[in-house]
Design a protein around this ligand. Structure first.
Ligand code: ZN
Length: 511
């Protein structure tokens, strides 16, 4: 007889169902694992054999065949030890349990039968219910960010003995983890190290950031050094709503794969890689592929300061996650996929010296140098940005307003996002919803479409830019609590675009 037990395999953050079939026969002693296992999977032989001996089950004189299905898919990581060990125990008649196809076991064994956690195991919890499993056995050492995962019973186990005892109804196991947060209650108790009033003036930029946060739009800033670009960007996460259970679990899973600490209290991550970062550091990769900064910013913010200083290749690699919200890394062992749905905020000086068009300083760059500097950012990447801002330094002496606090802005953002959720019946925001849905549900009148077309002809805006303006206008109307997109919203949205005409007139001015 053959025993079949379910487990979960992972390619990066994407999981798939694995069927572990175990057959124990009399004959020449052997322990074979087939189904394209990597070294870590093959070494399960020694771990399982040793663990079973401590439980009084010795199969060293038998012929053990383990097949991992689907056989054409490459398997990696020591995730299948528990399933293999249970299969042998059942084959040997040591346990009398029927293994349901909806129960999965993932985890690695120590030689004494203790269950140990492995890096990158958390995503299997994330995908278990998507794969149709209702019960999941995992190492108790695996830190779970949540106490409840919908439609999934999780049983943390310390030792193979515990697992057997629980399966035979002799032991009860309970899940531990952070209680599901009351997201609404926590919104107002955010750490206040960064707050928008710390940045004086810049009212237009703050307004643009509120729009970007409400609709999920990417934002581009240019301005001389020290004018407040970084300060503004650092405060952007304070006006983003806290992550939902699902988003939080996804974000923590990415951090667990890189052995780094996720931001506390469900605050959306803020990543600001240095411009000397390689493309592997930015989008992930390496011989043993790991997620990069783009994935660590999943459900949060990726801030790229000094954008032209990044290499062209590095920046172009960002186009895929910006388009699809995912990063695919191809390796000989197969393609690894990581999530990377982030909001991109970028900043740059207008020229190499930083003072092009500044009122108080002379720019020392030649027109050619300025052109070259600005051309380092490719057109397709610039096209991904929805909001363009040109900042000027704020005088410390003048009476400048501090503007709204982060919490006040956040409350408006939450309301605007609620409107979008109700309208689209999904978690998509105005920036990511399909154009067809936007046209159908966005409440943009034919008169406004004509107005936009007229302006677009004058400004030589492409269709892509026109769609971006409509998306922005929809977000502005949501912030203003308007059911219809108003003409004012449309005009305001147009002010955040760069004008190709200006680019031709000046010396390649981005804005
Ligand atoms: Zn200059």
């Amino acid at each position: 007889m053959v025993t079949s037990i379910s487990s979960i395999g992972l390619h990066g953050m994407e999981g798939y169902r694995i069927q572990v079939e175990v057959h124990v026969l009399e004959g020449a002693p052997a322990f074979t694992i087939i189904g394209l296992p990597d070294l870590a999977v093959r070494e399960a032989r020694e771990r399982v054999m040793s663990a079973l001996i401590t439980m009084g089950c010795d199969v060293s004189e038998k012929r053990v065949i383990v097949q991992l299905s689907p056989p054409e898919q490459k398997k990696s990581g020591p995730f299948f030890d528990i399933a293999i060990a249970l299969g042998i125990l059942k084959e040997e008649g040591e346990i009398n349990v029927e293994f349901d196809a909806n129960i999965a076991f993932v985890g690695s064994l120590r030689l004494d039968g203790t269950i140990q956690s492995v890096d990158g195991l958390l995503p299997s919890v994330l995908v278990a219910s998507q794969l149709g499993f209702t019960q999941l056995y995992i190492p108790s050492a695996l830190e779970l960010p949540l106490a409840n995962i919908p439609s999934l019973d999780i049983f943390p186990i310390q030792h193979l003995d515990d697992c057997v005892a629980h399966l035979q109804g002799q032991l009860s196991l309970s899940i531990t983890g952070n209680k599901c947060a009351n997201v609404v209650a926590e919104q107002s108790s955010r750490p206040s190290e960064y707050d928008f009033p710390h940045v004086l003036g810049h009212e237009r930029a703050k307004r643009a950031m509120m729009i970007a946060a409400a609709g999920g739009h990417h934002l581009f800033m240019t301005g001389p050094p020290g004018c407040g670009k970084t300060m503004l960007a650092e405060r952007f996460p304070t006006i983003l709503p806290l992550l939902t259970d699902q988003q939080y679990l996804e974000m923590v899973s990415v951090y667990q794969m890189t052995n780094s600490t996720p931001p506390p209290k469900r605050i959306p991550p803020f990543r600001s890689p240095h411009h000397s970062s390689s493309y592997v550091a930015l989008v992930g990769g390496g011989s043993n592929p790991k997620p990069g900064e783009a994935s660590l910013a999943h459900h949060g913010v990726l801030f790229l300061d000094e954008l032209p200083e990044f290499t062209r290749k590095t920046l172009d690699m960002l186009r895929e996650p910006l388009e699809s919200g995912k990063v695919h890394i191809s390796r000989a062992q197969g393609t690894v996929t990581y999530p990377a749905r982030f909001q991109l905020i970028s900043a740059m000086n207008p020229c190499p010296c930083g003072y092009h068009r500044a009122k108080n300083r002379y720019c020392t760059c030649s027109p050619k140098e300025i052109q070259k500097y600005q051309n380092r950012i490719s057109g397709p990447l610039l096209d991904r940005f929805d909001i363009f801002l040109s900042l000027v330094p704020v005088s410390m002496n003048s009476k400048v307003s501090k503007g709204l606090t982060s919490v006040e802005i956040l409350n408006q953002v939450i309301k605007a996002q609620d409107r979008q959720r109700r309208r689209y019946q999904s978690t998509d925001k105005n920036a990511t919803i399909s154009f067809e849905t936007l046209k159908k549900l966005g409440n943009v009148s034919p008169k406004q479409m004509q107005l936009l077309e007229k302006c677009a002809q004058k400004q030589v805006w492409s269709n892509r830019v026109q769609v971006k303006i409509l998306r922005l206008a929809r977000t502005i109307a949501d912030l203003n609590e308007e059911e219809l997109v108003t003409e004012e919203a449309l005009w305001e949205a147009m002010t955040y675009q760069r004008s190709p005409l200006t680019e031709k007139e000046g010396v390649g001015v981005v804005l």
